[in-house]
Design a protein around this ligand. Sequence first.
Ligand code: MLT
Length: 424
Amino acid sequence: MRHHRTVIQNGNAVPVPLPGRYPGPYFDIERFDSMKVNHHALELEQNYLFSEVAKRIRAFQAENPDKELLKLSIGDVTRPLAKIITDEIKAAAEDMAHAETFHGYGAEQGEAFLRKAIAAYYHKRGIAVDAEDVFISDGAKCDLGNLCDLFDADNTVLLPNPVYPVYYDTSIMSGRRVIFGDGTKENGFLPMPDPAVHADIIYLCSPNNPTGAVYTKEQLAEWVAYARENGALILFDAAYEAYIRDPALPHSIFEIEGAETCAIEINSLSKTAGFTGVRCGWTVVPRTLQFEASLHDMWFRRMATKYNGTSYIIQRAAAKVFTDEGIAAVHRDIDYYMENARIIKAALTKAGIHSVGGENAPYVWMECPDHADSWAFFDKLLYTYGIAGTPGVGFGTAGQGWLRFSSFGTRETVEKAAAYLAAL
Ligand code: MLT
């Protein structure tokens, strides 16, 4: 449908301004004739992966109303918030009820008390992160997408394959060239840089979503060296760092020397503290990043312009997570989820099925038996046992023949599913 406002005067088509809009000269007729959409957004699949999985689960439930669903698909937490967190939410809400302690708009970069608590969380591990470089947000997914605002479209983005769909979808939406480093059974789903291939922006996620694989320090050092040689930027998603058990594995890209000149780190309390419905994350954009402009200043400008800030009440709750008591409370839930991962992995091992992850990450990545197609195996598990996973191919071509289990379900769900899996 065309929305032009053209009148014919003396036989000529004349554009007229829309009523109530800018007074003055006529508009350019082109502007009325057709608004142009972002064609890059049309290059995406119709549905976001998790929406597609949810749609198929709903169809299964409609057809099988009496069958129990064992949901191990999306990585959404099931444990309630720790009491220390909900008590702080209540106390912060009470502050808002009194003129002396009421808060209006917050600091653009996030409240200093939370940025300092986050910096201290890094320091405890011996990682140098300055509170001035921490930006508070409503979560990692949004930051990962919004960071695209800082980069020219003319950049080559290197993604691992399989990959968390947000990295791919947002790169495509913003019109960038995308190349892949394939994860395979042979490389343990930890693709390494190829010096013969140039990239400008590199996304890494460790512990990895979807595979649960974790890079060692030496491997991350290779990525940092590659980024520095190529003048590239690493976007490091550390959303699952709290699940690392092996003390030798790195929790942050900033454990690697030189990363402060080539990396941004994104993190979130969604999985660390059960905040998927509460919403709070952060991004570390060091002022030491060396590109043609300061990414720190650009990100500050972007956040000040397009983000209203995470609510004061939630920032108070987030700060509580980083206290000794808070860390102990959230780690009780992390232990619970990691026990779920162990149960799922043990069941697969019993069935003779190869899997990756689940030891330092809340995801178990299983090879589909008999080289089955990911979606076909997803349907089989769903319609035979009521078990919902996420098809590996939904995360990229290198995920074909694999399926991901999330360990964020309840123990009851996990145990029931594991009994079926062990007998596959
Ligand atoms: C997942 O299942 O991969 C995650 O829950 C998605 C997310 O964190 O956005």
